[in-house]
Every structure is written in C-alpha cells, then in structure tokens.
Design a protein around this ligand. Structure first.
Ligand SMILES: Nc1ncnc2c1ncn2[C@@H]1O[C@H](COP(=O)(O)OP(=O)(O)OP(=O)(O)O)[C@@H](O)[C@H]1O
Ligand SMILES: [Mg+2]
Length: 504
C-alpha cells in the first residue's frame, strides 16, 4: 500500500552496461513528492537509461530501487506503475483511434453491471482534465485529431487518472512549440502542489531555471552533482555537464553576405501564400513563426517535397522548379528535417553507412573515391558534431536520441550542399553539441553556403541569424536585421502585434 505523505523513490548505485559502453556507472538518485527534479547531461550521458530503470522498462545490472522505504524490483513498466511510477513517453503511448476519455481511463474503465459505464468514464476523464486546467480539451475527441500538445496532455491525464505519484518526462518540450510550453509548466506546477514527484529531462537550461527545484547532472554515466536549483547558476550546470567552461554566445558572421543564391518570387504552395525572399551566399537567415505559420511548408516547397502552384524560384539566376527532393539535391540543396524519425535513418545500419551511403547521397557517393576516404570523411563530420560513440561501426539504433539526430545532420554535411534548409537543427541536442552545430553552420556559411534556419527557439534564432524572416498564416509578414531583432520585436512580428520601437 502506498504510504501516506510524499512519495520517496531512491535509486542506489545503479549500473547499466551495454556492449562497449557503461551507460550508468554507480548512479544514486532520490526523487521526492512535491519536487520537480531536473536531470541534465550531454547526449549519451545516460539520462534516458536512468529514466528507463526508474520506470521499469530497463533492468539495471547492479544497484537497487527503494520506494517509500521498501526495496522494489521492476521487471516491467507494469511493476513500476503498480507503485505509481509512470513515464510520459515522447512517442506518446495513446491509442489514436480512441477518444480522449477512452485513453485517459484505459485499463481502469469504470464498470457497471459488467460493462463499461460510459457516463462515468466521461465524468472521470472530465474531472482529471479540469483538475489539470484543461477545460478546452474535449473528452470525446479522437486522439488522432488532436495536435501533439493536446495528446501530451491526454497522456499526462491518463497517468494522473491512475494515481501516479512519480511522473517521468523525457524531453517533454521537444514536441512543443514555444507558446505551448507554459501550458505544460502550469500542469507540472499543479501536480507538484498536489505532492506528485516530477522527474524532468531537458536540454534547454532556461526551462530548468523556470521549473526545477533540484538539478542532477550526469556525465558519461556518472552523477557529477545533485543540488537545489538555488545553489546552481546556469553556467555551473553547463560546466558540470560538459566538464569545461562554455560560453553561451553565438558565433557572428565574419564576412558580409555575397551574391544571391536562391530567390523566391511570389511563391504559393500548399500552406504557403505569396512568399518572396532571397537567400545570399554566406548568410544565415532565420525563419520564425508559430507552429502552423507555414515555415516547414515553405521549406518543403523549396526542397521539391511539395509543388508550387504559382510564382517562381531562381537558383543562381536559373529557373528552379524541383518536382522531387532528388532534383533539389542534384541542384545542391539539403534539408535537415526537424524530426529524428523523419531523418530517414536506417536504424540497424552503422553510423558510417548512414552518413555515407544514404540512398539520397548519390552525389556525395560519386565524390568519394575509396573506402578509406569515405571513413575519413565520416569520421571528420561525426567528430565535428561530437557524435558520442566508441566507433563509427556502431548501429544507429544503439545511440542516444541526440546522437541519432547528429548522425542525421552529418550525412547532409558530407553531401556538400550549397543551400541548407535546417528545420529546428538543435532540438534535443545538448548545449555543448549545440555550440558545435552553431560553429559548423557559420563555417558552412563562410565557405559560401546559403542557410535558411527554422527555429522555434527564439534566443537561438535571434542569436544565429543575420536576418530574420517572420511567417504567420502561411505568409511572410516581416523581416528584421540582426541588429534590429530584439526578443520583443520578434515576438510582436510572429504574433501580429504592433512592433515596439527598435532599441537601436
Ligand atoms: N540499447 C542499447 N544498446 C547499446 N547501447 C545503448 C543502448 N541504449 C543506450 N545505449 C548507450 O548508452 C549511453 C547512454 O544513452 P542514453 O540514451 O541513456 O543517453 P541520454 O542521456 O538519454 O542522451 P540524449 O540526450 O541524446 O537523449 C549511450 O552511449 C548510448 O549509446
Ligand atoms: Mg535520451
């Protein structure tokens, strides 16, 4: 029986080994009810492995768990759930064809006379959602019709309905837009006030500053420090994570932009209306907007993944109308997509095979003379991005999430494109590697590439871009130079509010 008072989950001396890596090397952790416990660390530090052990999906090689003073052994997530410990998965374990109410009460349906009591089910789900402040979420809507943020809320409600006392969230904001994060935080604060323990993984330090009570930092499978947030400054967390000082500044352009490379003239395409813009050699252009503003759709049109219905595009002054991404690639374009899953990584294949031999990289392959040169190139780019792996022969499946993302980026760098479209390039990537991606983007620009970067991380967009273009409702609604781009002005543009005076 759950003890009264706040829950306490203790992990002691956890060890987890995989072939060639020690994912966790003697980690201790104490999670208490009424506390938001952030776990930080570089890609591959062991965060997801630790969460997997706490929630019963991974069995440790050594060490033990103690729940409310009693040793516990989880053979499966079900064992953990029986003690009120639940993980909110990034993939969101919901049944898409069922309603919110059905999902929230799944496995614990209120019964009446041997059948599901639908009215009671409706009431239960409604009550939980109301408690979480989600009055706008209808319980009869099918989950497949909901946006990601609402699905995540449904998943949280499902955990709350089953009386979860420990909620584990692995990068919950990675699927959320900037403006949706506050809604999640309100729910987390509510649960904390009710005595629930929240374990929270994020690569965004400003989120940890906002929401955490305690921070634990992992590095290379070891716990390097665990303290109340008040005792750690942001620089301290970064230093503990990466083991060295790291400035949170963005590399600036060293040369003025060159010739026009890509021009869009009054382009309309699915989700895009009358967009005109120019990308120049050596320049990083940030594309900002809310979710659904048309940024990804614009990138898809440029990339030949959707067809333009009017207007025209010019590449180096020549007509450019790709009917397929293959044609775009052949003309020197690269799209680094936002979603790890859509990177088209072949999970059982090695890092080397994924970087060098993707079916799309015919052009790159033709440039590679022999296996040795290929290895050299792959090592060059995976090192530049700090992909953490003992060898480039490791299957991509065995890499941590962030490192998979980096492999996805590396394959495009190897392809040597001239126009790069980066869609949320640093989502899920740790601070150290993020700095390396920024440096790399600058280097690509300095070598003559034109870069269009979609980012929902406003500080990143403002910091990196030489010029910012804002979209709203499928249209380009404004442009700001780097010097003019304050956070307030960019936010006003995105939201369609009057522009505050420039500070300059
Ligand atoms: N199933 C597996 N087989 C082999 N190695 C694995 C497996 N799962 C994880 N690893 C390795 O264990 C280490 C820790 O991985 P983990 O996923 O816990 O990192 P993480 O801190 O969550 O990183 P990220 O921030 O990238 O998500 C990594 O070196 C990873 O490659
Ligand atoms: Mg992870």
């Amino acid at each position: 029986m759950p003890a009264s008072g706040p829950v306490e989950l203790v992990a002691t001396s956890l060890v987890k080994r995989y072939p060639g890596v020690v994912a966790l090397d003697g980690v201790d952790l104490t999670v208490r009810g009424g506390e938001v416990h952030a776990v930080a660390g570089e890609n591959g530090a062991g965060k997801s492995t630790l969460m997997g052990i706490l929630s019963g999906s991974i069995q440790p090689d050594e060490g033990m768990l103690i729940v409310d003073g009693t040793p516990a052994r989880f053979r499966s997530p079900r064992d953990a759930q029986a003690l009120g410990i639940r993980m909110i998965h990034q993939e969101l374990n919901l049944v898409p064809a069922m309603s919110v109410a059905e999902n929230v009460t799944l496995g614990a349906e209120p019964q009446r006379g041997g059948v599901v009591d639908r009215a009671a089910r409706h009431r239960t789900a409604r009550a939980v959602l109301d408690r979480l402040g989600q009055r706008q979420l209808h319980v009869d809507t099918l989950v497949e019709r909901l946006p990601l943020a609402a699905r995540q809320m449904t998943e949280i409600a499902k955990a709350v309905a089953s009386n979860a006392r420990v909620l584990i969230m692995d990068e919950p904001t990675a699927i959320l837009a900037h403006e949706e994060i506050e809604g999640l935080f309100a729910v987390i604060r509510q649960l904390r006030a009710e005595g629930v323990a929240i374990v929270y993984i994020s690569h965004r330090l400003e989120e940890i500053d906002l929401i955490a009570d305690r921070v634990t930092v992992l590095r290379d499978g070891r716990l390097v420090d665990s303290r109340p947030l008040g005792q750690l400054r942001r620089d301290d967390i970064v230093r503990l994570m990466v083991g060295r000082e790291l400035s949170e500044t963005y590399p600036a352009a060293t040369t003025p932009p060159g010739d026009d490379v890509l021009r869009l003239e009054h382009v309309s395409a699915p989700g895009v209306h009358d967009a005109s813009l120019t990308l120049r050699r050596g320049e990083i252009v940030g594309l900002v907007g809310l979710v659904g503003a048309g940024r990804t759709e614009l990138a898809r049109a440029i990339y030949g993944a959707s067809r333009i219905t009017s207007g025209r595009m010019l590449l180096d002054g020549q007509p450019y109308a790709p009917r397929h991404p293959r044609e775009a690639i052949a003309r020197g374009l690269a799209l680094v997509p936002e979603d790890r899953k859509r990177q088209g990584l072949v999970l059982p294949a090695s890092i080397r095979e994924n970087v060098a031999l993707s079916s799309l990289d015919a052009r790159a392959r033709a440039n590679i003379i022999d296996a040795k040169a290929e290895r050299r190139e792959v090592v060059r780019w995976t090192e530049a991005l700090a992909v953490k792996s003992p060898t480039i022969e490791k299957p991509v499946r065995q890499l941590s999430g962030g490192n998979q993302q980096k492999v996805g980026v590396a394959r495009w760098l190897l392809a040597g494109a001239r126009v790069f479209l980066f869609d949320e390039p640093t989502r899920g990537i740790d601070v150290g590697a993020r700095a390396e991606i920024y440096t790399l983007m600058r280097r690509l620009a300095a070598e003559g590439a034109a870069i269009l970067m979609i980012s929902s991380d406003l500080p990143e967009a403002i910091g990196m871009a030489d010029r910012l273009i804002a979209m709203r409702g499928g249209r380009i609604v404004g442009e700001l130079s780097h010097a003019d781009a304050s956070a307030e002005r960019v936010a006003a543009l995105i939201l369609g509010q009057p522009l505050p005076e420039s500070a300059a």
